[in-house]
Design a binder for this molecule. Structure first.
Ligand SMILES: NC(=O)c1ccc[n+]([C@@H]2O[C@H](COP(=O)([O-])OP(=O)(O)OC[C@H]3O[C@@H](n4cnc5c(N)ncnc54)[C@H](OP(=O)(O)O)[C@@H]3O)[C@@H](O)[C@H]2O)c1
Length: 345
Protein backbone atom coordinates (compact mmCIF):
# COMPACT_ATOMS: atom_id res chain seq x y z
CA UNK A 1 0.00 0.00 0.00
CA UNK A 2 1.27 3.49 -0.87
CA UNK A 3 2.01 5.66 2.11
CA UNK A 4 -0.56 8.31 3.01
CA UNK A 5 0.65 11.82 2.20
CA UNK A 6 0.00 14.02 5.22
CA UNK A 7 0.68 17.68 5.99
CA UNK A 8 0.40 19.39 9.35
CA UNK A 9 -0.88 22.94 9.57
CA UNK A 10 0.07 24.77 12.77
CA UNK A 11 3.02 22.41 13.15
CA UNK A 12 5.10 24.67 15.39
CA UNK A 13 2.50 24.43 18.16
CA UNK A 14 2.39 21.83 20.90
CA UNK A 15 -0.31 19.76 19.24
CA UNK A 16 1.31 20.13 15.81
CA UNK A 17 4.66 19.07 17.28
CA UNK A 18 3.13 16.00 18.88
CA UNK A 19 1.44 15.13 15.57
CA UNK A 20 4.84 15.42 13.86
CA UNK A 21 6.45 13.17 16.47
CA UNK A 22 3.83 10.49 15.86
CA UNK A 23 3.53 10.80 12.09
CA UNK A 24 7.27 10.87 11.37
CA UNK A 25 7.49 7.38 12.92
CA UNK A 26 4.19 6.10 11.53
CA UNK A 27 4.74 3.11 9.23
CA UNK A 28 2.03 4.16 6.74
CA UNK A 29 2.62 7.93 6.52
CA UNK A 30 4.83 10.31 4.55
CA UNK A 31 4.91 13.75 6.15
CA UNK A 32 4.95 16.18 3.22
CA UNK A 33 4.75 19.65 4.79
CA UNK A 34 4.63 21.29 8.20
CA UNK A 35 3.44 24.90 8.42
CA UNK A 36 4.28 27.76 10.76
CA UNK A 37 3.97 31.39 9.76
CA UNK A 38 6.58 32.56 12.24
CA UNK A 39 9.18 29.87 11.47
CA UNK A 40 9.16 29.63 7.66
CA UNK A 41 12.47 28.17 6.44
CA UNK A 42 13.58 26.90 9.86
CA UNK A 43 14.30 23.21 10.43
CA UNK A 44 11.59 21.48 12.42
CA UNK A 45 14.07 20.48 15.12
CA UNK A 46 14.82 24.15 15.79
CA UNK A 47 11.30 24.38 17.26
CA UNK A 48 10.80 20.75 18.32
CA UNK A 49 14.23 19.64 19.58
CA UNK A 50 13.03 16.10 20.29
CA UNK A 51 12.75 15.62 16.50
CA UNK A 52 16.45 16.25 15.82
CA UNK A 53 17.77 13.68 13.34
CA UNK A 54 14.23 12.44 12.70
CA UNK A 55 13.62 14.73 9.72
CA UNK A 56 15.34 17.43 7.70
CA UNK A 57 11.98 19.00 6.77
CA UNK A 58 11.68 22.79 7.12
CA UNK A 59 8.58 24.78 8.03
CA UNK A 60 6.60 26.22 5.14
CA UNK A 61 3.89 28.84 5.02
CA UNK A 62 0.23 27.91 4.93
CA UNK A 63 -0.09 29.69 1.60
CA UNK A 64 2.38 27.23 0.01
CA UNK A 65 0.42 24.08 0.84
CA UNK A 66 0.59 21.29 -1.74
CA UNK A 67 -2.15 18.75 -2.40
CA UNK A 68 -2.00 15.75 -0.07
CA UNK A 69 -4.28 12.93 1.12
CA UNK A 70 -4.83 14.31 4.63
CA UNK A 71 -4.26 17.58 6.47
CA UNK A 72 -4.00 17.82 10.25
CA UNK A 73 -5.00 21.22 11.64
CA UNK A 74 -3.47 22.43 14.90
CA UNK A 75 -4.68 26.02 14.65
CA UNK A 76 -6.20 28.30 17.29
CA UNK A 77 -9.93 28.77 17.66
CA UNK A 78 -11.45 30.86 14.81
CA UNK A 79 -8.45 30.34 12.51
CA UNK A 80 -9.44 26.88 11.12
CA UNK A 81 -12.92 28.03 10.18
CA UNK A 82 -11.58 31.18 8.51
CA UNK A 83 -9.28 29.11 6.26
CA UNK A 84 -11.38 26.01 5.75
CA UNK A 85 -12.19 26.49 2.03
CA UNK A 86 -8.52 26.79 1.16
CA UNK A 87 -7.64 23.75 3.34
CA UNK A 88 -10.42 21.71 1.73
CA UNK A 89 -9.03 22.53 -1.71
CA UNK A 90 -5.72 20.92 -0.69
CA UNK A 91 -6.87 17.58 0.78
CA UNK A 92 -9.84 15.24 0.54
CA UNK A 93 -9.56 14.43 4.23
CA UNK A 94 -9.05 16.76 7.19
CA UNK A 95 -8.65 16.19 10.92
CA UNK A 96 -9.07 19.40 12.88
CA UNK A 97 -7.65 19.46 16.40
CA UNK A 98 -9.23 22.82 17.17
CA UNK A 99 -12.71 23.60 18.38
CA UNK A 100 -14.25 25.20 15.28
CA UNK A 101 -16.07 22.11 13.99
CA UNK A 102 -16.72 20.03 17.13
CA UNK A 103 -20.19 21.30 17.93
CA UNK A 104 -23.12 20.29 15.74
CA UNK A 105 -25.05 23.52 16.17
CA UNK A 106 -24.05 27.10 15.32
CA UNK A 107 -26.28 28.18 18.21
CA UNK A 108 -23.94 26.36 20.57
CA UNK A 109 -21.02 28.36 19.18
CA UNK A 110 -22.89 31.55 20.04
CA UNK A 111 -23.75 30.30 23.51
CA UNK A 112 -20.41 28.80 24.53
CA UNK A 113 -17.84 30.65 22.40
CA UNK A 114 -19.64 33.94 21.76
CA UNK A 115 -18.77 33.15 18.14
CA UNK A 116 -20.83 33.67 15.00
CA UNK A 117 -19.75 30.61 13.02
CA UNK A 118 -18.73 31.68 9.51
CA UNK A 119 -19.56 28.30 7.88
CA UNK A 120 -22.40 26.71 9.86
CA UNK A 121 -23.40 24.55 6.88
CA UNK A 122 -20.11 22.63 7.27
CA UNK A 123 -20.74 21.58 10.87
CA UNK A 124 -22.74 18.51 9.85
CA UNK A 125 -19.91 17.33 7.60
CA UNK A 126 -17.51 16.90 10.53
CA UNK A 127 -17.68 13.74 12.66
CA UNK A 128 -16.85 14.18 16.34
CA UNK A 129 -13.51 12.49 16.83
CA UNK A 130 -13.76 10.16 19.78
CA UNK A 131 -13.37 6.68 18.23
CA UNK A 132 -14.81 4.91 21.28
CA UNK A 133 -18.15 6.64 20.53
CA UNK A 134 -18.08 7.22 16.76
CA UNK A 135 -15.85 4.56 15.20
CA UNK A 136 -18.25 3.60 12.40
CA UNK A 137 -18.88 7.23 11.35
CA UNK A 138 -15.15 8.00 11.46
CA UNK A 139 -14.50 5.05 9.10
CA UNK A 140 -16.50 6.78 6.38
CA UNK A 141 -15.68 10.38 7.24
CA UNK A 142 -13.71 12.86 5.16
CA UNK A 143 -13.71 15.43 7.94
CA UNK A 144 -13.15 14.78 11.63
CA UNK A 145 -13.17 17.31 14.47
CA UNK A 146 -11.04 15.65 17.12
CA UNK A 147 -12.45 16.21 20.60
CA UNK A 148 -11.16 18.70 23.17
CA UNK A 149 -8.77 17.39 25.80
CA UNK A 150 -10.87 18.11 28.90
CA UNK A 151 -13.90 16.95 26.96
CA UNK A 152 -12.25 13.64 26.01
CA UNK A 153 -11.34 12.87 29.61
CA UNK A 154 -14.84 13.78 30.80
CA UNK A 155 -16.87 12.13 28.06
CA UNK A 156 -15.03 8.81 28.29
CA UNK A 157 -15.73 8.72 32.04
CA UNK A 158 -19.37 9.79 31.90
CA UNK A 159 -20.59 8.19 28.68
CA UNK A 160 -21.34 4.60 29.86
CA UNK A 161 -23.40 5.91 32.79
CA UNK A 162 -25.39 8.45 30.76
CA UNK A 163 -25.96 6.00 27.92
CA UNK A 164 -27.60 3.55 30.33
CA UNK A 165 -29.70 6.33 31.89
CA UNK A 166 -28.67 5.33 35.40
CA UNK A 167 -27.57 8.76 36.68
CA UNK A 168 -29.48 11.83 37.80
CA UNK A 169 -28.19 13.70 34.74
CA UNK A 170 -28.04 17.24 36.13
CA UNK A 171 -26.49 16.37 39.49
CA UNK A 172 -23.10 15.35 38.11
CA UNK A 173 -20.11 17.32 39.39
CA UNK A 174 -16.86 17.20 37.40
CA UNK A 175 -13.46 18.60 38.37
CA UNK A 176 -10.64 18.56 35.83
CA UNK A 177 -7.01 19.18 36.77
CA UNK A 178 -4.90 20.08 33.78
CA UNK A 179 -1.24 20.56 32.92
CA UNK A 180 0.25 23.69 31.40
CA UNK A 181 0.80 22.43 27.83
CA UNK A 182 -2.97 22.65 27.46
CA UNK A 183 -2.51 26.38 26.93
CA UNK A 184 -0.30 26.07 23.83
CA UNK A 185 3.19 27.43 23.23
CA UNK A 186 2.50 31.17 23.36
CA UNK A 187 3.54 32.72 26.65
CA UNK A 188 1.31 35.02 28.66
CA UNK A 189 1.46 36.45 32.22
CA UNK A 190 -0.19 33.34 33.63
CA UNK A 191 2.34 31.02 31.99
CA UNK A 192 5.38 32.98 33.20
CA UNK A 193 7.49 30.45 35.14
CA UNK A 194 7.34 32.01 38.65
CA UNK A 195 3.58 32.38 38.30
CA UNK A 196 2.86 28.99 36.76
CA UNK A 197 5.25 26.57 38.47
CA UNK A 198 3.54 24.52 41.20
CA UNK A 199 0.31 26.47 40.62
CA UNK A 200 -3.01 25.04 41.72
CA UNK A 201 -5.11 27.69 40.05
CA UNK A 202 -8.81 27.52 39.44
CA UNK A 203 -9.20 28.98 35.94
CA UNK A 204 -12.73 27.97 35.06
CA UNK A 205 -14.90 27.18 38.09
CA UNK A 206 -18.01 27.52 35.90
CA UNK A 207 -18.86 27.98 32.25
CA UNK A 208 -15.99 26.03 30.65
CA UNK A 209 -16.48 25.75 26.89
CA UNK A 210 -15.83 22.01 26.82
CA UNK A 211 -19.10 21.52 28.70
CA UNK A 212 -20.81 22.00 25.35
CA UNK A 213 -19.04 18.95 23.89
CA UNK A 214 -19.78 16.86 26.95
CA UNK A 215 -23.48 17.74 26.84
CA UNK A 216 -23.61 17.08 23.10
CA UNK A 217 -22.01 13.65 23.41
CA UNK A 218 -23.55 12.36 26.65
CA UNK A 219 -26.98 13.97 26.35
CA UNK A 220 -26.54 15.62 29.77
CA UNK A 221 -28.96 18.58 29.92
CA UNK A 222 -26.52 20.42 32.19
CA UNK A 223 -23.98 19.52 34.85
CA UNK A 224 -21.33 21.13 37.06
CA UNK A 225 -17.82 21.44 35.63
CA UNK A 226 -14.72 23.15 37.06
CA UNK A 227 -11.18 23.23 35.74
CA UNK A 228 -7.97 23.82 37.66
CA UNK A 229 -4.44 24.37 36.35
CA UNK A 230 -1.83 22.28 38.13
CA UNK A 231 1.95 21.98 38.00
CA UNK A 232 2.18 19.14 35.45
CA UNK A 233 3.32 20.00 31.92
CA UNK A 234 1.29 17.17 30.33
CA UNK A 235 -1.74 15.44 31.74
CA UNK A 236 -5.35 15.67 32.84
CA UNK A 237 -7.06 14.03 35.79
CA UNK A 238 -10.86 14.13 35.64
CA UNK A 239 -12.85 13.39 38.81
CA UNK A 240 -16.61 13.01 38.36
CA UNK A 241 -19.17 12.62 41.10
CA UNK A 242 -22.16 10.80 39.62
CA UNK A 243 -25.37 10.38 41.57
CA UNK A 244 -27.02 7.13 40.60
CA UNK A 245 -30.76 6.57 40.47
CA UNK A 246 -30.19 3.29 42.31
CA UNK A 247 -27.30 2.05 44.36
CA UNK A 248 -24.78 0.00 42.38
CA UNK A 249 -22.08 -2.32 43.57
CA UNK A 250 -18.55 -2.64 42.26
CA UNK A 251 -19.45 -5.67 40.19
CA UNK A 252 -22.27 -3.79 38.43
CA UNK A 253 -19.94 -0.95 37.49
CA UNK A 254 -17.23 -3.31 36.32
CA UNK A 255 -19.83 -4.97 34.10
CA UNK A 256 -20.96 -1.60 32.72
CA UNK A 257 -17.43 -0.43 31.93
CA UNK A 258 -16.36 -3.76 30.46
CA UNK A 259 -19.39 -3.94 28.21
CA UNK A 260 -18.69 -0.41 26.92
CA UNK A 261 -14.92 -0.45 26.66
CA UNK A 262 -13.75 -4.04 27.15
CA UNK A 263 -12.45 -4.35 23.56
CA UNK A 264 -11.03 -0.83 23.29
CA UNK A 265 -7.28 -0.74 22.57
CA UNK A 266 -6.70 2.56 24.35
CA UNK A 267 -8.93 2.24 27.41
CA UNK A 268 -7.51 0.64 30.53
CA UNK A 269 -9.27 0.07 33.83
CA UNK A 270 -7.29 1.06 36.90
CA UNK A 271 -8.67 0.11 40.28
CA UNK A 272 -6.24 -1.71 42.49
CA UNK A 273 -6.69 -2.63 46.12
CA UNK A 274 -3.04 -2.03 46.98
CA UNK A 275 -0.02 0.00 45.97
CA UNK A 276 0.34 3.64 45.07
CA UNK A 277 -1.11 3.44 41.56
CA UNK A 278 -4.59 2.38 42.67
CA UNK A 279 -6.41 4.89 40.44
CA UNK A 280 -5.69 6.60 37.11
CA UNK A 281 -2.73 8.96 37.24
CA UNK A 282 -1.73 11.18 34.32
CA UNK A 283 1.98 11.26 35.13
CA UNK A 284 2.59 7.73 33.87
CA UNK A 285 0.52 8.34 30.72
CA UNK A 286 2.83 11.03 29.31
CA UNK A 287 3.39 10.33 25.62
CA UNK A 288 0.83 7.50 25.46
CA UNK A 289 -2.60 7.39 23.85
CA UNK A 290 -4.28 5.64 26.78
CA UNK A 291 -7.26 6.82 28.75
CA UNK A 292 -7.14 5.13 32.15
CA UNK A 293 -10.49 4.81 33.92
CA UNK A 294 -11.16 3.99 37.57
CA UNK A 295 -14.01 4.33 40.03
CA UNK A 296 -15.03 4.00 43.65
CA UNK A 297 -18.51 3.58 45.05
CA UNK A 298 -19.43 5.69 48.08
CA UNK A 299 -20.73 3.17 50.62
CA UNK A 300 -22.79 5.87 52.35
CA UNK A 301 -24.80 7.13 49.35
CA UNK A 302 -25.77 6.52 45.73
CA UNK A 303 -22.67 8.38 44.57
CA UNK A 304 -19.97 6.84 42.42
CA UNK A 305 -16.68 8.66 41.82
CA UNK A 306 -15.34 8.08 38.31
CA UNK A 307 -11.74 9.01 37.51
CA UNK A 308 -10.05 9.28 34.13
CA UNK A 309 -6.52 10.26 33.20
CA UNK A 310 -5.04 11.14 29.81
CA UNK A 311 -2.11 12.99 28.27
CA UNK A 312 -3.78 16.14 26.90
CA UNK A 313 -1.42 16.25 23.89
CA UNK A 314 -2.02 12.55 23.09
CA UNK A 315 -5.45 11.04 23.79
CA UNK A 316 -6.56 14.65 24.27
CA UNK A 317 -5.14 15.85 20.94
CA UNK A 318 -2.59 14.47 18.46
CA UNK A 319 -2.76 10.82 19.57
CA UNK A 320 -6.53 10.69 19.25
CA UNK A 321 -6.23 12.44 15.86
CA UNK A 322 -3.81 9.74 14.65
CA UNK A 323 -6.18 7.08 16.01
CA UNK A 324 -8.93 8.70 13.89
CA UNK A 325 -6.63 8.81 10.86
CA UNK A 326 -5.88 5.08 11.23
CA UNK A 327 -9.62 4.37 11.24
CA UNK A 328 -10.33 6.68 8.27
CA UNK A 329 -7.67 4.94 6.16
CA UNK A 330 -8.47 1.37 7.24
CA UNK A 331 -5.16 0.93 9.08
CA UNK A 332 -4.50 -0.91 12.32
CA UNK A 333 -6.05 1.44 14.90
CA UNK A 334 -2.97 1.31 17.10
CA UNK A 335 -0.44 1.98 14.29
CA UNK A 336 2.10 4.57 15.40
CA UNK A 337 0.57 4.72 18.87
CA UNK A 338 2.17 1.76 20.60
CA UNK A 339 4.31 3.74 23.09
CA UNK A 340 3.57 2.42 26.57
CA UNK A 341 4.87 5.33 28.65
CA UNK A 342 7.67 5.65 31.16
CA UNK A 343 8.05 4.57 34.75
CA UNK A 344 9.49 6.10 36.76
CA UNK A 345 9.09 9.54 35.25
N1 LIG B 1 -2.60 22.06 23.87
C1 LIG B 1 -3.50 21.11 24.11
O1 LIG B 1 -3.40 20.34 25.08
C2 LIG B 1 -4.67 20.94 23.18
C3 LIG B 1 -5.46 19.79 23.33
C4 LIG B 1 -6.54 19.61 22.47
C5 LIG B 1 -6.82 20.54 21.50
N2 LIG B 1 -6.05 21.64 21.38
C6 LIG B 1 -6.38 22.60 20.31
O2 LIG B 1 -5.45 22.40 19.23
C7 LIG B 1 -5.17 23.64 18.61
C8 LIG B 1 -3.65 23.90 18.67
O3 LIG B 1 -3.28 23.95 20.04
P1 LIG B 1 -1.76 24.16 20.49
O4 LIG B 1 -1.75 23.94 21.95
O5 LIG B 1 -0.85 23.36 19.63
O6 LIG B 1 -1.56 25.72 20.15
P2 LIG B 1 -0.20 26.52 19.90
O7 LIG B 1 0.91 25.82 20.60
O8 LIG B 1 -0.48 27.92 20.23
O9 LIG B 1 0.04 26.39 18.31
C9 LIG B 1 -0.75 27.08 17.37
C10 LIG B 1 -0.23 26.86 15.96
O10 LIG B 1 -1.09 27.57 15.06
C11 LIG B 1 -0.32 28.43 14.22
N3 LIG B 1 -1.08 29.66 13.95
C12 LIG B 1 -1.57 30.55 14.86
N4 LIG B 1 -2.27 31.53 14.23
C13 LIG B 1 -2.19 31.25 12.90
C14 LIG B 1 -2.70 31.88 11.74
N5 LIG B 1 -3.46 32.99 11.81
N6 LIG B 1 -2.45 31.33 10.52
C15 LIG B 1 -1.68 30.20 10.42
N7 LIG B 1 -1.16 29.55 11.50
C16 LIG B 1 -1.42 30.07 12.71
C17 LIG B 1 0.94 28.73 15.02
O11 LIG B 1 1.93 29.04 14.07
P3 LIG B 1 3.03 30.18 14.28
O12 LIG B 1 4.23 29.40 14.71
O13 LIG B 1 3.18 30.86 13.02
O14 LIG B 1 2.50 31.09 15.37
C18 LIG B 1 1.18 27.38 15.71
O15 LIG B 1 1.86 26.51 14.83
C19 LIG B 1 -6.00 24.70 19.35
O16 LIG B 1 -7.20 24.91 18.67
C20 LIG B 1 -6.26 24.06 20.71
O17 LIG B 1 -7.43 24.50 21.30
C21 LIG B 1 -4.96 21.86 22.19
Amino acid sequence: MNKIKVSIVGASGYVGGEALRLLLSHPNVDVVQATSESNVGKFIHQVHPNLRKKTMLKFTSLEDLEEVDLIFLGLPHKVSSSKIDYIMSKAKKIIDKGSDFRLCSSEDYKRWYDFEHPRPELLEKFVYGIPELHREEIKNADYVAAAGCNATATILGLYPFYKKGIVHPELTVVEVKAGSSQGGNKSNPGSHHPERKDAVRSYSPTGHRHMAEVMQETGAPYFAFSATSIGLVRGILMTAHLFLREKMQDKDIWKLLRSQYGEEPFIRFVKEKQGIYRYPEPKILAGTNFCDIGFEVDPGSNRVVVLTAIDNLMKGAAGQAVQCMNIMFGLEETAGLEFTGLHPI
